[in-house]
Design a protein. Structure first.
Length: 621
């Protein structure tokens, strides 16, 4: 025993020099800090308020999987052992900076979308143009805690810099040992599942139930992004529908059919122009509401009285946000489960709203205030089937509010574009001013809000929506003066929710708030169809529906035979249905009390079914 102790002491005496110990500590500081940052990330995303972190909650979320947090961090840090001297310092600082930035982006993204971004979302850099205000609104002063280790490392390196300038060898053997052991630990479970078909291996659930937020919790943000890169690569290959996929598609369309006779709504607006207005961040909760006795949306309030109004239209957008709405309205397909459809599959062809109407003799145009590169709108919308696409460069941007041209100047310049269209025409128009962070200039604030509400995100939202509502009324007046309104139907819908989607926590912080301010848990936007010839309006307040239902509903009003779209459109005609439900992007079924268990199962599966249909270009013409 004494001989063993002597050899052990000799080993440490010869190998564990002061410089070696300093380098070991230098390796451990970023390792520990990166693991802690993963816990801090969980502390933000598991908190009721994602702008304030709860370390205890974050640790509880990460605790069962801390070994994976360490293993994934070691994969990247182990490469520092292949460097020597200052090279090791530089590599360590660079990789720490990259991983920290990644976790910060995940945190900011989660605050906006309640999930973590895919690699596809991170590569859509065209969307960063003009969005600095929106991105900054997702940050918090507490985010500075992610940078704490850089201060410690800087001080440590400054004090011990001589130990890194002395000549020493690269630790190749240590690198191999660290890197290989980390990889083996990570792949042990999936290897056991796939090769040995051992479903009972510990932690099998973590690998067999891929979900973005849960994967980030189980494996840390770093591990999630590694697995997401693999998933993205796997899904990037051309998808070929399996026999099971084809059976699921046929089952979905069979379950969806209702075979009801036509009613009085069929062809009520046949031959008329269709002008669709997609309103940025318009939520239904503001419709009909007043602040200090002033209506927030007076024009929309007036409009719904003589329109077909669907107040329970559930948002169904995913990572493509606004572009997902464009997709659903025009194709009646649910968006991809990962990334933006317009970025990933801009060349897919669809049995779409513009294509079907073109077959009916319509000219079609998409008029967008954003640049065509934003969400890849130009390629996406022309791919869907629009004859013409006018974007940011088609406008004289002489007044900017927020992300771009003001809604007033936008609508004023849309009018001559519509007058140039051969009638009947279908035009998609998009508003922009009510985009977050809802910091509309003071000269356009007309609601007279008290100081606390006026300075809050909710107050800014009210003012922004009030401004946009005013411009919609102005647009309708211009259409009437130009003789276009009488022979047109106007469809209006919010692309997705706004203040409750991105800034819900700020509402709860108000000292004075009314009950109707608060989030009901239902992401609902209004869907309105106005035709000047309608004698009276109708509110479908008992009907639950989604954004994919817009296309078949409008085609029904325009008198298009359902045989031309019922086997490609996933949505249903809201004017002739006995079903009340919507499937939202997290897989939750809203409504559906009258559906059978089988129908509920098929509709919930429709998210994945639609994903496969798009990837396989199933509905191509």
């Amino acid at each position: 025993m004494s001989s063993f102790n002597y050899k052990l002491n000799e080993f440490f005496k010869n190998n564990l020099t002061k410089d070696t110990l300093i380098r070991i500590i230098f390796f451990l500081i970023p390792l520990v800090s990166i693991v802690l940052k993963g816990i801090i990330f969980q502390g933000f995303v598991t908190s009721q308020n994602p702008y304030v972190f709860n370390f205890s909650a974050g640790y509880d979320a990460a605790d069962p999987c801390l070994n994976y947090y360490i293993a994934f961090a070691l994969i990247f840090l182990s490469f520092s052992l292949l460097f020597k001297g200052r090279g090791r310092i530089i590599y360590t600082l660079v990789i720490d900076c990259i991983l920290t930035l990644l976790m910060l982006i995940d945190t900011w993204y989660f605050r906006g979308f309640q999930t973590v971004p895919s690699v596809l979302a991170l590569t859509q850099t065209a969307n960063l143009d003009s969005m600095s205000g929106s991105i900054l609104s997702m940050t918090s002063n507490l985010d500075l805690i992610f940078l704490f280790d850089f201060i410690i490392l800087a001080i440590y390196v400054c004090i011990t810099r001589k130990s890194f300038t002395k000549k020493h060898r690269r630790a190749v053997k240590t690198f191999i040992c660290t890197f290989v052991l980390s990889i083996v630990f990570i792949i042990y479970v999936p290897f056991s599942i796939t090769v040995f078909n051992n479903k009972e291996v510990p932690n099998a659930y973590f690998f067999s139930n891929y979900d973005k937020s849960n994967t980030a919790k189980y494996f840390s943000p770093i591990g999630y992004h590694i697995m997401d890169c693999y998933t993205t690569y796997r899904d990037s290959k051309p998808y070929k529908l399996t026999d099971t996929d084809k059976s699921d598609i046929n089952e979905l369309f069979e379950v969806k059919k209702e075979n009801l006779p036509n009613n009085e709504y069929f062809a009520m607006s046949k031959g008329k122009n269709l002008i669709y207005i997609q309103v940025e961040s318009l939520e239904n909760f503001v419709i009909g509401q007043k602040i200090n006795g002033t209506e927030i949306t007076p024009n929309l309030n007036k409009l719904v009285q003589s329109s077909l109004y669907f107040p329970n239209t559930f948002e169904q957008v995913n990572e493509g946000t606004s572009s997902d709405c464009d997709l659903m309205v025009n194709t009646s397909m649910l968006p991809l489960r990962s990334g933006s459809t317009f970025f990933r599959y801009p060349n897919d062809s669809y049995n779409s709203l513009p294509n079907i109407l073109e077959d009916e003799g319509y000219s079609t145009i998409a008029i967008h205030p954003d640049k065509g590169s934003f969400w890849n709108y130009k390629n996406g919308l022309t791919g869907i089937g629009f004859d013409k696409f006018n974007d940011f460069y088609s406008f004289n941007v002489d007044e900017r509010i927020g992300l771009g041209i003001s809604d007033k100047r936008y609508f004023e310049q849309v009018i001559p574009m519509l007058k140039e269209q051969k009638q009947p025409f279908y035009s998609e128009t998009i508003t922009l001013t009510s985009h977050g962070p809802f910091d509309i200039p003071k000269e356009y604030r007309e609601l007279g809000l008290d100081s606390e509400l006026d300075e809050s995100k909710l107050g800014g939202y009210f003012e922004s929506i009030h401004y946009t509502d005013k411009q919609i009324g102005y647009f309708l007046d211009m259409l009437e003066k130009e003789g276009l309104l009488e022979n047109s139907i106007i469809a209006i819908m919010g692309d997705h929710t706004g203040v409750h989607k991105y800034y819900d926590d700020s509402i709860n912080q108000l000292s004075h708030k009314e009950d109707w301010f608060l989030n009901t848990g239902n992401p609902i936007v209004p869907f309105i169809i106005f035709d000047p010839s309608y004698k009276e309006g109708k509110t479908f307040d008992k009907l639950y529906n989604g954004e994919i239902d817009v296309m078949p509903t409008l085609l029904y009003l325009l008198g298009v035979d359902k045989e031309k779209y019922e086997n490609t459109a996933l949505g249903r005609n809201l004017l002739n249905t006995n079903k009340s439900f919507a499937v939202i992007t997290n897989g939750t079924l809203k409504g559906g009390e009258t559906l059978t268990d089988k129908e509920k199962e098929v509709y919930k599966k429709s998210l994945d079914t639609s994903d496969k249909m798009i990837r396989a270009n199933y509905t191509h013409r």
